[in-house]
Design a protein around this ligand. Structure first.
Ligand code: HEM
Length: 243
């Protein structure tokens, strides 16, 4: 940790890994996870999605600033953001949707199997066929998503305003759809925006250098970031709020 003098104020600049950062807020996460009785599949996907969301924001300072301005307008700087504030933070919600679209934590869902012979789009599917759904591919289809690799949260406030992640719109299904859909959706949609909101409200966050954040992926059951995310933090609220 280094301490520098900026204007009349002492500012602490901390380089910290995101997993350490999330531990900072772990009391909140543990409370949420214990409340639902799930400690296995949940934290992994949720932390992965939070890390991708923050990485995207660090490569788009304009969006990061917009999200902080929204927090300042709706929550202010005299208290910490609460879970109940999230519904008012529409830009933040658009950011999380965009992150779930670009980096779906479960890119191939879970294997499904047809219970009877059926025909889909002219293809005969015999009973017992294994189906792996490529969610990542659907989310990057240029026929549905203009500039599908670009981070554009605004699309969820304009052109794709009515598209949600709840399994009703097949172009955006990070949690799958139907009877086998992810049961952790509600928890995730509470935890991820809340963690990101806490980080953005509480800290000025920067990349450690001018280089963009490396967004390369490791392919697996969940899509992990190939290199750990490191961020530079400086507090942006009154010291008393960190005690
Ligand atoms: C960013 C967060 C998450 C994403 C993107 C995600 C995504 C998915 C996807 C795509 C599936 C397969 C759905 C299908 O095949 O139609 C799934 C299944 C599942 N998820 Fe999640 N998930 C997330 C968080 C969670 C959390 C927080 C929990 C637990 C609290 C959880 C528990 C499960 C379980 C148990 C299944 C299997 C359901 C079944 O096969 O019947 N997930 N998830």
């Amino acid at each position: 940790m280094t301490t520098i003098l900026k204007g009349a104020k002492l500012i602490k600049i901390v380089t910290i890994s995101v997993s350490q950062l999330i531990k900072f807020f772990s009391h909140i996460l543990v409370r949420l996870f214990v409340a639902t009785g799930v400690l296995a599949a949940g934290p992994d996907t949720t932390i992965v999605t939070s890390t991708w969301t923050l990485s995207l924001l660090l490569n788009s300072y304009e969006s990061l600033k917009k999200a902080q301005d929204e927090l300042d307008a709706h929550v202010g700087k005299n208290r910490w953001v609460q879970e109940s504030d999230i519904k008012n933070l529409v830009y933040l919600q658009a950011i999380v949707k965009e992150a779930l679209c670009l980096y779906p934590a479960g890119p191939l869902a879970v294997p499904h199997e047809s219970m009877e012979d059926c025909t889909i789009s002219g293809y005969d599917i015999p009973k017992g066929t294994r189906l792996l759904l490529n969610i990542w591919k659907i989310h990057h289809d240029p026929n549905i998503w203009p500039n599908p690799h670009e981070f554009k949260p605004e699309r969820f406030l304009t052109t794709h305003k009515d598209v949600d992640v709840k399994g009703n719109h097949f172009e955006l299904i990070p949690f799958g759809s139907g009877r086998r859909m992810c049961p952790g959706i509600s928890l995730t949609l509470q935890v991820v925006p809340f963690v990101i909101a806490l980080l953005l409200q509480g800290f000025n966050i920067k990349r450690p250098s001018d280089e963009p954040i490396d967004m390369s992926e490791i392919f697996g059951l969940t899509v992990l970031k190939a290199s750990p995310l490191e961020v530079l933090l400086a507090p942006r609220l009154a010291p008393v709020l960190y005690e």
